[in-house]
Design a protein around this ligand. Structure first.
Ligand code: SF4
Ligand code: ZN
Ligand code: ZN
Length: 307
C-alpha cells in the first residue's frame, strides 16, 4: 500500500479515512486531528496553562508529546495510586518520559494523602474501580484548580468516548449524557476539561506512540475487572470493521444533535452544588462523597487496628 499523501510505502492503514500513511505523513495526520479538535471545540489557546493527566499509558503520553510539540504550555500530572508492583512501574515510565523530553511533571501520591488504592480495595464496600476513578477525578480537578491551570487535558480517545457514550445510552443516563463531550467548560469549583484525542482511535494513538518511540506502561492494573467498557469496545470494533467510520459518526451525531437535548433535560432535574464543609469541593450533600469515603475507610482501618 502506498501513502495517500506522498506515495512512499505506507505503514499505517486507516480504512475509516480511506487512507494509508507513511510514518511522517501519519504524524502529520495525527497532528492535524488534534489541531482540529482543539480549534473546533475551543479547548485552549497557546497563552493558557494546561495540566495533562498522565497515567503512563499510550494515550496520555502521546497527548503530552503532541501538545508540547505543538508549542502548548503543558505540565504533566501523575497520580501514584500506591498499588504494589504496578504503580511504581507506571510512575517510572511517566518520570522517564518527562525527564527525557524536558517536560514538567507533578506527582501526587495517594499513600501520602492517606488513602492508597489497596486500602480502598480492602475496606470499601463499593467496587474498587468506581472509587479509584472518583478519587482520580477529584484530585485532577483539585490540583488543576489549586495550581491555577486553565484546563485539564486527558488522553481519552474515540474508542473510549464511544464506549462510554454507548454505556450511558444503554442506561439512558441523563446526567452523564448531558455531561459527556470533548470539552466541558469551567464552572464554579470545576476546571475546564478537554479531550484533544477524541477524533483519534485507540489504534491511531497506539501507532503514534510506537512511531514516536514512546515507552509506555502497558501492564494491566492488577485490580482491573476487565468489565469496564471492554465488551462494548469489542462490539464497536465489529461494527467499525463492517462499516468503517461508524464510531466517529455515532459520536459526532451525539455531539451535534443528542447532547443538547440531554443537557436541557438534566437542567430541569439538576442539583444545586455548594462547597463540601470538609474539603471545599463542590457537592450537593454537605460533606462530599470523597471525604465520606476517606472517613469511612479510616474508621474501618482503626477497627481493624491498622491505623
Ligand atoms: S483498573 Fe480500577 S483500580 Fe486499577 S487504576 Fe483503573 S480504576 Fe483504578
Ligand atoms: Zn507519506
Ligand atoms: Zn470533601
Amino acid at each position: 500500500m502506498k501513502c495517500s499523501r506522498c506515495k512512499a510505502t505506507a505503514c499505517v492503514s486507516l480504512p475509516s479515512h480511506h487512507s494509508g500513511f507513511c510514518p511522517d505523513c501519519f504524524k502529520l495526520f495525527f497532528t492535524r486531528q488534534v489541531e482540529t479538535a482543539v480549534r473546533r471545540e475551543k479547548m485552549f489557546t497557546r497563552d493558557e496553562r494546561i495540566l495533562v493527566a498522565l497515567s503512563g499509558g499510550k494515550d496520555s503520553l502521546a497527548l503530552m508529546l503532541e501538545l508540547s510539540s505543538q508549542g502548548y504550555d503543558v505540565t504533566g500530572l501523575h497520580i501514584d495510586l500506591g498499588i504494589p508492583d504496578s504503580s511504581e512501574k507506571a510512575r517510572a515510565k511517566v518520570e522517564a518520559f518527562c525527564a527525557s523530553r524536558g517536560l514538567r511533571l507533578e506527582v501526587f501520591e495517594m499513600a501520602k494523602w492517606g488513602l492508597p488504592i489497596p486500602d480502598v480495595k480492602r475496606f470499601s464496600t463499593r467496587p474498587v474501580c468506581a472509587v479509584c476513578g472518583k478519587l482520580k477525578r477529584h484530585h485532577f480537578n483539585r490540583i488543576a484548580l489549586a495550581g491555577g491551570y486553565d484546563a485539564l487535558a486527558t488522553g481519552h480517545n474515540l474508542d473510549d468516548e464511544v464506549a462510554r457514550l454507548f454505556a450511558n445510552t444503554l442506561r439512558w443516563d441523563v446526567g452523564y449524557l448531558s455531561d459527556q463531550g470533548p470539552a466541558l467548560p469551567a464552572r464554579e469549583g470545576f476546571v475546564r476539561k478537554v479531550k484533544p484525542l477524541f477524533r483519534l482511535s485507540e489504534f491511531e494513538t497506539a501507532n503514534y506512540a510506537f512511531l514516536q518511540g514512546i515507552e509506555i506502561h502497558s501492564d494491566p492494573c492488577p485490580y482491573a475487572s476487565g468489565a469496564s467498557f471492554t465488551g462494548h469496545k469489542e462490539l464497536w470494533g465489529e461494527l467499525e470493521h463492517r462499516s468503517p467510520g461508524q464510531k466517529f459518526q455515532f459520536y459526532q451525531g451525539f455531539l451535534q444533535r443528542g447532547r443538547r437535548a440531554f443537557a436541557a433535560l438534566d437542567k430541569a432535574e439538576g442539583d444545586v452544588l455548594a462547597p463540601c464543609t470538609a474539603c471545599g469541593s463542590p457537592t450537593n450533600a454537605g460533606v462530599c462523597s470523597i471525604c465520606r469515603i476517606r472517613e469511612s475507610i479510616r474508621e474501618k482501618k482503626l477497627e481493624a487496628g491498622e491505623a
